[in-house]
Design a protein. Sequence first.
Lengths: 325, 71
Amino acid sequence: MSPVSSASFAVLLVDGYSLLSAKVQGFSHEVEVELEPSEGLGDLWRATLPTGMRKATITQDGAFFDTTAAGIHAAMSAAPSTTRIVAWAEAGNTIGAIFAACQGALTAKYTVLSASAKLTKANVAYQVTGALDEGVIVQNATPKTVDWNTKTDGASVDYTLDPTQTVIPITSATKANPCVVTTTVPHNLTTGQKILPSGNTLAGPSINSDLAVTVISTTTFSVAVNTTASTGAGTGGSFVRSSTVLGGVGYQFISAMNGFSGFVGKIRSSPDDVTYADLISFTNQTAAPAAERLTVAGTIDRYLCFNGDVTGSGSITPFVGFKRT
Amino acid sequence: MTDLHGADYRAVRRLSTRDNVTLAEAGETCARVPVESLAPLLASGHIEPVTAALREAAWTDLGRPADEVPA
């Protein structure tokens, strides 16, 4: 991830509460690999082995919490055993930018630093009981007053442009039917998954388009393209994945909602940017703050968009992200 | 891959246009789905063939073994 400044830290939500308004002075998250002792009798030095388990901790420093009735201070200090849904965006409040989130964040430590009038300054540390998810923003935090659709608004998400993608170099592509592609490093693909190659020299026809793969080995796979009419084998180029097959996780937060009697958010996906399939439908929300995390199995297509359907008139500020597994 | 016909497939999930106009609810046939979208939707598992014969053809068209066709 590229370096981020304070100005680009645009979203920090806990159960739908926006803590940016609480003037957080510092924020960090860490993932720790758990180790177990492995030394034996006669050993003179400590030895450890990884357990295969990881844990995440989130810390926010010096936030000013509102102490009015039903305010965030009461929520944070009174029920430390309540699990929370936390999300943050360090690289800007923009559709397609990276966000991180987790469900099952327990308030491990709530340290009050000082109190003044209706504000309390405190440090908060959360111990995450589940996984930390890092994905992309599909709906940025911005007020909405009518139904909307990020696709027709011109802000859908294309997975081939995802900043977290790993570009895999292509060594060669055969003159054959089907065409067999060899990579210089393990491709980590699954049969049925789609890729978008570019820059490969094979012509008549080219393989530089959205293609499903059939895995042959860790560094070879075939694509359903007949390249026997080509003048020779293709070389060079690279590819990025254009679909994933292990499902994903969607997060929706509502930090403000006034006037509307209901709101239903929905993430849709499409393999071709023509026809979309419903991917995740969040629960109808009637008040803010609110947060929900839903999982989905199976193939996640190249394009993602978000639909917001409101009931009545008013204003709402949602924030939605999606992480591919 | 053989030409696909929307009436031979049913939606696994609700399908819609870019504008979120419904083309098929889950379980309905895909007669209103654009023909060019049928193959990618089938590959993604968002639609499925109505008949066993079509299911086998779709499975092998994707390069998967004929003896592993899902029920």
